[in-house]
Write a protein that binds this ligand. Structure first.
Ligand SMILES: *[C@@H]1O[C@H](CO)[C@@H](O)[C@H](O)[C@H]1NC(C)=O
Ligand SMILES: *[C@@H]1O[C@H](CO)[C@@H](O)[C@H](O)[C@H]1NC(C)=O
Ligand SMILES: *[C@@H]1O[C@H](CO)[C@@H](O)[C@H](O)[C@H]1NC(C)=O
Ligand SMILES: *[C@@H]1O[C@H](CO)[C@@H](O)[C@H](O)[C@H]1NC(C)=O
Length: 260
């Protein structure tokens, strides 16, 4: 599929908009591509795992408050480490698996391909995302990071209070495909789990054993398919099996030599 190719035609230079080195080399200023925030705000009523009611109001409580004569407002948090847009650490599913602070920054930051994979469509053959579906996507052989924009986005699942068990996600054959025959080191998805409910354990374990980083609960509603620079940095919660992450993308911009 042509749209999956990175623009590498001669006469065209792929320039990462914020790359200081590239800008300096061209000795020419370029407007930075705007940041696209793909993080869901943590707030009461956002969807949480298997709850019909969403995140309770007391996820954040004021421990000290100005109105009471305290010198500061100071909140305490009471949250599942897997709330909203978050990263799973291998320790989430694997005994002795590494924790969130051990994830490689080189994987969390870098070039990412956003692909559209509508669930129940002709592309998926009416199923969740299987190895066959991934093969049909014909991802570039060297792609390291992939974000899957599925019909979860179209249905607005991350914006609705009630947990939807019928979300679209990977099955374990897709996980095995990723770890067995691809260069993918990070995979993100637009609902609360990378694995479909029936296959959730096997899918996660396969990905973690294969060293793949998993980002869940992304808001990809403002992002189209294509190449982006990704910055996804989870809170450094020592020893934790997961952590909320702030995740932003910047579109990779193509600049013609004549414009430099
Ligand atoms: C600060 O505390 C007051 C109550 O004392 C509260 O109304 C206000 O929302 C608090 N601000 C934040 C950001 O929590
Ligand atoms: C899906 O496949 C059916 C049957 O092959 C075809 O009629 C239909 O046009 C396809 N829809 C899309 C969106 O490609
Ligand atoms: C998916 O689940 C939601 C709520 O959990 C429900 O409203 C919707 O009808 C379901 N969709 C299908 C196709 O079963
Ligand atoms: C994906 O799997 C879920 C169960 O985990 C199921 O409810 C849903 O219908 C499946 N989606 C498709 C498109 O088959």
């Amino acid at each position: 599929m042509v749209w999956l190719q990175r623009p590498r035609t001669s006469g065209v230079l792929l320039l990462l908009a914020l790359s200081a080195a590239a800008v300096a080399a061209a000795s020419c200023k370029h407007a930075a591509a705007p940041y696209i925030d793909v993080t869901v705000p943590v707030r009461a009523g956002m969807p949480i795992w298997e709850s019909p009611r969403g995140l309770p109001k007391h996820w954040r409580t004021l421990h000290l408050q100005l109105a009471d004569g305290d010198e500061v407002n100071q909140s305490w948090l009471n949250l599942d480490a897997h709330t909203g847009t978050h990263i799973d650490a291998p320790a989430h599913f694997l005994k002795g698996g590494s924790a969130i602070e051990d994830l490689d920054l080189d994987v969390l930051i870098g070039e990412v391909l956003v692909v559209e994979v509508p669930g129940g469509s002709n592309i998926t053959g009416g199923s969740n995302i299987t190895a066959e579906v991934l093969q049909q996507l014909a991802l570039p052989a060297d792609v390291q990071r992939v974000m899957l924009k599925t019909d979860n986005t179209e249905k607005g699942l991350m914006a609705q209070r009630a947990f939807a068990s019928n979300y679209t996600a990977l099955d374990s054959t897709a996980a095995a495909h990723i770890t067995g025959s691809s260069s993918i080191k990070l995979v993100g998805i637009d609902y609360l789990s990378i694995g479909m409910l029936e296959d959730i354990g096997e899918t996660h374990r396969t990905l973690f054993k294969g060293g793949v980083v998993v980002i869940e609960g992304l808001d990809l509603s403002q992002v189209q398919r294509g190449w982006y620079h990704q910055m996804c940095l989870p809170a450094k919660l020592a020893g934790s099996d997961g952590a909320p992450v702030r995740c932003v993308l910047q579109q990779l911009v193509t600049v013609k030599h004549t414009e430099l």
